[in-house]
Design a protein around this ligand. Structure first.
Ligand code: ADP
Ligand code: GLC
Length: 477
């Protein structure tokens, strides 16, 4: 079985969030199950640096206004097709924006990615014929749409990592997409008078998946469906939730070169050195009281504006806080202001820092993830693996991956974190306080850490479920 994955970010080449982690790890987990994955991604400057030496395996004379090539490369055990299209991807800034503004031609940049995926799906690269084209998020969602109009095509799967990003563009671009006129319809990409990439993909793909069972249910509701609930309900059993795993080699506290002192569940004492290192790095006063952490995009989704509002109360309880993140300027400012108020109790690093994220998970006592919605969430899984106890809201994948430390779960040794609901100041503060009190009992806390570290967070089970899905969908042909 051969899969062409199409994604706009792939760890370790380019990453803005969890999508990259998933696109970088799933192929490695599928390989032992006999599934070969080649991943198509855009040739951003950083990608060209790491994979630009690849062999040109196909040429396109005109892909949305310029010539393009497909380069085959192998990086960190991943097989890649790099879409080398300088007119679309050779830009300063991140994959989607520069200087805080989305690239004005994102509609073309990601229609091109999807188009290239569909072309490879139908034989553009000599000798490569995938059984499945697996598109990730709106940036790749037109691939199943293009393929739906091909008489001989591979089967298609679309994974929704976040329904908040739908790729909606003005009607005026429709003509440039090169889709048949019939695609301008309710059954195509038309979405309330605009062109909807994710909408079209949800309709066209043979199967739609999302990244946790709870999120798969939430998106069928008015509150969680972000306008697409009707269409998603219509997909019935062809919509499934498969929870993400993590790459347990990249995230391994016993062998992590990015942390001061590697440790395992039976050498938890050694973890204290990482806590001391974290205090030093973030200028925190030393102490045995809990350090709680945030590693996140600082956006409305993540609920961190609410955390910022209760910060004085949190600090007053003797809790120290470390924040690594970037995003919404108001939320950044709120945390920076807290750092000025409590310079030795709140440490803030604005920016994206992969190595720091490892140091935080290895040194903090707890990681707070108070999301308003969370399709899956990976940060809590890294927390489990590192014995950095997750304090999470009861939504989406957070609810599916953490077991609340209530009396019953504590007494059976099942608890792995603290869960609160609703996503409001009071409930959040209660959970933080529960964690603070639990932390006072050093032995009980260590037991909780060991339980967390035992949780299954690798890809094995979920990779098996993707494999089954691929098999089922190819059998239908
Ligand atoms: P999302 O994809 O919605 O941002 P996830 O929890 O699925 O949320 O994935 C976030 C990923 O990005 C994790 O790997 C997390 O460690 C990482 N991350 C987020 N913000 C930062 C940051 N400022 N520095 C380093 N890593 C970050
Ligand atoms: C999205 C979601 C996050 C999920 C990630 C990977 O960015 O916000 O919850 O873990 O995709 O699937």
């Amino acid at each position: 079985m051969t899969v062409l994955a199409v994604a706009s970010e792939v760890y370790p080449l380019v990453k803005t969030g969890g999508l990259a982690d998933v696109a970088g790890a799933l192929p490695l987990a599928l390989a032992p199950l006999g599934i070969r994955t080649v991943t198509l991604l855009p040739g951003y400057p950083k990608v060209m640096e790491l994979a630009g030496e690849g062999e040109a395996v196909a040429d396109l004379d005109d892909l949305f206004g310029g010539a393009a090539r497909i380069l085959a490369a192998a990086v960190h055990g991943l097989e890649l097709f790099v879409l080398d299209a300088p007119h679309l991807y050779n830009r300063q800034g991140g994959p989607y924006s520069a200087g805080g503004f989305d690239h004005a031609d994102n509609w073309a940049r990601f229609a091109a990615l999807s188009r290239a995926g569909a072309l490879i799906g139908t034989g553009l690269v000599p000798g490569f014929r995938p059984d499945i084209v697996h598109a990730h998020d709106w940036q790749a969602a037109l691939a199943p749409v293009y393929l739906a109009f091909e008489p001989a095509r591979p089967r298609t799967v679309l994974t929704i990592h976040n329904l908040a990003f739908q790729g909606n563009f003005p009607r005026a671009i429709f003509g440039a997409l090169g889709l048949p006129d019939g695609a301008w319809s309710i059954g195509g990409v038309e979405y309330y008078g605009s062109v909807g990439y994710l909408k079209g993909g949800i309709h066209a793909a043979d199967r739609v998946t999302t990244v946790s069972p709870s999120y798969a249910e939430e998106i069928l509701t008015e509150a969680g469906g972000m306008g697409l609930q009707g269409l998603l309900r219509g997909r019935g059993r062809n919509l499934v939730g498969i929870v993400n795993g993590i790459d347990t080699e990249v995230w391994d506290p016993a062998r992590d070169r990015l942390v001061a002192q590697p440790y395992a569940a039976d050498t938890l004492e050694a973890r204290a050195q990482n806590k001391r290192a974290l205090e030093a790095e973030f200028g925190l006063r030393r102490g045995d009281g809990p350090i709680m952490a945030v590693v996140s995009r600082l956006t409305w989704q993540k609920g961190l504006d609410i955390l910022a509002r209760i910060l004085d109360d949190v600090v007053a309880r003797g809790i120290r806080l470390v924040v690594v993140g970037s995003g919404d300027p108001d939320i950044e400012r709120a945390f920076l202001a807290a750092q000025r108020r409590y310079p030795d109790r709140v440490g803030v690093k604005i920016g994206y820092d992969e190595a720091a994220s490892h140091r935080v998970q290895a040194g903090a006592d707890a990681v707070i993830i108070p999301s308003r919605f969370e399709p899956c969430g990976l940060t809590q899984l890294y927390g489990l693996r590192y014995g950095c106890i997750p304090i999470v809201s009861k939504v989406g994948g957070l609810a599916d991956t953490i077991i609340d430390a209530n009396f019953a779960a504590m007494s059976t040794g099942a608890a792995t974190g603290f869960i609160f609901s609703p996503v409001e100041e009071g409930a959040m503060l209660d959970a933080i306080e529960r964690a603070r009190r639990a932390h006072e009992d050093a032995e009980g806390w260590q037991a909780l850490q060991r339980q967390a570290m035992r949780a299954k967070v690798d890809w094995r089970e979920s990779a098996r479920r993707y494999a089954e899905l691929y098999q089922a969908v190819t059998r239908e042909q």
